[in-house]
Design a protein. Structure first.
Length: 322
């Protein structure tokens, strides 16, 4: 969250307030599309109340920092990526408890839903505002230090995710992983993949350029699984949540793997077209410039200048054939 705040510039925030496309996309993607997707998957796979709450909680989380790193790798719009992540984190303070309350109504008579601590969820979300605000202040006062912190946060995120997966598999072992139903594994695979597709479709509806579509796609599918894990840990007892504590980790594993395949496919097939589009835009600009110069020459050819003997200069009118 500190690295995210360091990537936000006050000028960008002002621009987004004047033309809040990133804010609107974050709202629709993170708090309309993803919670509804999580709810439908929980119904389709007939999850019990504990697994359903874990899936809903992950679906209602704001965007994660992983999307910022992946946006760099697919030549996305970094300003849009950062604004969407920051906006969804701030909006989550109010909308995440609201979405949880709305979509958990189906399981309202179960103990886990009756004990769903919406106040603690809001408090945990509120605690993320402090490092974000501190990061914005560092960006305003010390831009070079902010750039360094952004790089450290993005790459440390990737390293810590790998370490987390290794430690989880080593310490918990296959016994706990075997207790997770196959339907939960299926949702952990399908949910980020569907999120990427929904984000791309959403950006297409807004008629955004290809690099922005890739950015919105990654922003929508990548959830803040660290925040989801913290909420599960702080608000539910281990006896109540059980093996479903592992769902955010499974989601993080598959969202990272699928985003990695997204990046790999782009590097192999999409980057050449991206370069061609960029070159095409430059060629169009060059052609337009040449046309402009030709028009300027044509406009000034009202007469021709000839030099004759005795250093005399005469203007001869140019005859135009009609």
């Amino acid at each position: 969250m500190l690295g995210l705040g360091c990537a936000v510039e006050l000028g960008q925030l002002g621009q987004q307030l004047r033309r809040p496309v990133g804010l609107l996309l974050a709202l629709l993607g993170q708090f309309v599309a993803m919670p509804l997707l999580a709810f439908l998957l929980a119904l389709i796979f007939a999850l019990d109340e504990v697994a359903a709450v874990a899936v809903l909680l992950c679906g209602c989380c704001p965007g994660g920092n992983l999307s910022n790193l992946m946006s760099v790798l697919v030549d996305g719009d970094m300003n849009l990526s950062i604004i969407m992540t920051a906006s969804s984190t701030l909006l989550a303070l109010f909308l995440m408890p609201l979405c949880l309350w709305i979509y958990s109504r189906y399981w309202i008579n179960t103990a886990v839903v009756q004990l769903l601590p919406l106040g603690a969820v809001s408090l945990t979300l509120g605690s993320t505002l402090l490092p974000i605000g501190l990061g914005v202040l560092i960006r305003y006062r010390h831009p070079r230090a902010a750039d360094l912190l952004v790089k450290i946060s993005l790459w440390s995120l990737l390293v810590t995710l790998v370490i987390l997966f290794i430690l989880t598999g080593t310490m918990l072992g296959p016994d706990l992983l075997a207790q997770i139903p196959a339907s939960v594994y299926a949702i952990a695979v399908l949910m980020p993949l569907a999120g990427y597709a929904l984000g791309y479709g959403l950006a297409t509806v807004f008629k955004m350029p290809p690099h922005c579509r890739r950015t919105v796609s990654l922003e929508t599918g990548c959830q803040n699984v660290q925040l989801c894990t913290a909420i599960l840990k702080l608000t539910f007892s281990p006896e109540l949540i059980g093996s479903m504590y592992m769902f955010p980790l499974l989601y993080a594993l598959f969202q990272s793997a699928e985003a990695g395949l997204f990046v790999l496919a782009y590097k192999m097939y999409g980057r050449d077209s991206y370069k061609q589009d960029t070159l095409g835009e430059e060629e169009d600009t060059d052609i337009s410039y040449k046309k402009l110069k030709e028009e300027e020459v044509a406009d000034t050819s009202y007469g021709t200048v000839t030099t004759e003997e005795h250093n005399s200069i005469q203007m001869e009118p140019t005859q135009t054939a009609l």
